[in-house]
Each structure stands twice: as C-alpha cells, then as structure tokens.
Write a protein that binds this ligand. Sequence first.
Ligand code: LGS
Length: 424
Amino acid sequence: MERERQFISQSLRITKNNFLWGVATSAFQLEGSPYADWSTWDSIFNLNPKVTNHYELYKEDIRLIKNLGVNAYRFSIEWSRIQPSENYWNKDVVKHYQRIIDLLNENNITPMVTIHHFTHPVWFIKKYPWHTRKSIEKFKEYVERLIENIKGVDYWITFNEPYLLILGGYIEGCIPPGQQDLNLAIKALKNILTCHGQLYDMIHLINKNAMISIAHNMAVFAPWLTWNPFDRILAKVAKRFYNHSIIEGFMDGKIRLPIPFRKTIEVDVPIQGKLDFFGINYYTRVHMRFNPFKKLFVEFRHKDINGGGLTDMGWEIYPKGLKKVLRYASRLKVPLIITENGIATKDDNRKIKFIKAHVDVLETAIQEGIDVRGYFYWSLIDNYEWLHGLDARFGLYRVDFRNYRRSPTRAASFYSYIIKSRYH
Ligand code: LGS
C-alpha cells in the first residue's frame, strides 16, 4: 500500500511547488458580522454572533494552518465589516485582513481570497439587490477600492457559488434576500456573472499576476427512480442548469438555462474566457424526484446507495462524482482547483475515510490527464453552517463554541500525512 502510494505520487509529481494543498473557510462563517444581511435574517446566528471568534483569534488559527503543513489557505473578506454603511470605509478592518495575508505569506502559505462568499452589507441588499443593474456598479466600486488597498494576493475568487446563491435567495427563498421569483433569479444571475467578467478585467489591470476564478458548486444529479421518465428528465435538467450552463458561459458568453418542462432560457453573459483557473466546490450526489407540489416540480433527495452512509447533514458520500465533474469542467482548458470538498461529521474515522476517498479520486483524475492544480479541504475549523447552524462539523479542528477552544480531530493529522507524502 505504502509503495503503491509513493509510486502514484512520484509519477504524478504533485509537489508543494506545483500543487496547492489547502484548507478553506469564509469570513462570516468564522467571525460573523452584525452588519451582514444574514445577521438580520438568521436567529441561529444571533445566538452566537462571534461564532468561532476567529476575528480575534486569527493568529492562533494561522498557527493551526501552519501546523497542518498546507501551502494554501482560501478565506473571504467580509464586506459588511469594511462598509457597515454605504458611505463609510473602515480602514482598520482592511488592515486586519492585510495582517492575515502578510502572516500567511511570511509562513509560505499562498492566500486565495474570496471577495463575495454569500454575505453582503444590509444596506446593499436593501438598496441595490442583485437583480437590479445598480448592484454591478456598487459592488465594483467596493472591489476596486479593496484590491487597491490589499497587497500580496494573486489568487482571487470573485464569487462563491453564484448558482447556490441564486437558488437559495431567489428560487427557494430560504436565504437572503428571500425571493421566490424565477425572473428575478435570472436577472440576478446575469448581473452577478456580468459583474464577474468586469471584475476579472479590473483586477488584472491592478495586478498583472492575478489568477482569477469563481468557485462553482458542482454536484452529481441522478434520478430518484431510474425507471421514471420524469425523474430522469429532472436529473438531466438539473445537471445542465446547475453544473454545465456556467461552463458553457465561460466558453461562449451565453448561458442556456433549461427549466423543467418549459423552454430553455438563454442569457448573454460577457464572461467568455474570463478565467485563469476554474474553482470547483464538490460535496455530493443529489437524487431528483418529480413532485407536482414542489416549486418547478422538483424535489432534491439523498440516497445511501453505496452503503457509505449519509453525512450528519444527510448528504450522500460519493467520491466518484468528483471525477465526473472534473472531467466535464476540463473542457474549459484552464487549470482546475478543488476550492472546497469536505464532510460534516462528528466521527473522525468518517472524516478520514472521506478525505482519503476523494484524494484517491483526484489522483486518478490527474493520471487521466486532467489538469488539477489544487485541493482545499472545507473546513479548517468547525463553523457556522448557514441553514444548519453550529451542528454541522466540517472542521479538521473541533471548536467548542462556548469557550472558542480548538482541538485537532484525527483527520487533521491524516490530512497532514497525505500532504507530507506528496513532498519531494
Ligand atoms: O459551508 C459551506 C459549505 C458546506 O457545504 C460553504 O460556505 C459553501 O461555499 C458550500 O456550499 N458548502 C457546502 N455545500 C454543499 C452543497 C451541496 C450541493 C447541493 C446541490 C443542490 C442543487
């Protein structure tokens, strides 16, 4: 087994110089913010507004990152802390994030910064929600000023999971801004993607070395009942809508959104070629079921087909799916980076098994010739998991939310071992 591993890693030549081994987080999930739309929205969040208290404990957390032996860290900057109100710019907060970046660079940990990870200031969503054109200018103003003031970052993710943001915020209505309107959803998606295209050019003007992408959530979609033609149609539609349409958008500037049992909607999005790599967040397979009482007739479900069990959030563990999404995305002909992959579980053994299974698939994908340049485990420490609160434990380090103490899970040393075994 050990010899086999060495052989694989030598033939792949994954080294610390050519591969980003990382961990990922997002600001609001670690540090909260009283000025973000979620804080007005979610009562679970309000029970614990400092979450892990990372804002104060960042030095300790960077030590944890260092101890893991990773060479990259993906995190986000919380806009609502920098601009709690429209005409105010908090320089101290920018300095705070700059300190984090400096500390990472001093420790040879490559920072990858997400500019928008689901949250924004309350004033923004009230006055300039994403379905209005003004959102683009407002967000660009913020980003320009941010990028001019931040040094030492080459890897930028403009938006985390635009499709999940739109599905949750504009179709399901389960996250802010809580709309349930397909037309608004399409407008919001168009604006966000258009904004990405413009940010891509703007960031490159300021930093010639920038490597820019979005982080796209991809899942595998399968029919709940394979013999049921409706379930089969839904699985196909979901795959094309959720996984593929944005990839086509980056290839030819047009996204085609199939809507169940209706005409495909075509949207022009000026994002053709506006990518230096492609970030993929991969977690699970979803089974699709036709349900006439649900919105767009769609019901999402999870099945434990492989007997690997479901995660604490009820999601199927399906490592093979990682290969499928990588294979599809490779048509973009840019390097791929797994910007998130992880499991919510309190059981260290399951966390270890999950990581091993996914890294194994990643290796076979690379052997197949797919250009993957990084893997970020979600997440460094337990944190606030949006609709699921504090109970979904993704962390390599456990957090006691009463006193903010961190302690390593056994998956932390396992992940370090994986990375070390790929040093040359
Ligand atoms: O914490 C989030 C993690 C956990 O699971 C992180 O903030 C997000 O970027 C990311 O979405 N995360 C996540 N995603 C799992 C998504 C499952 C895919 C379901 C597909 C539905 C159509």
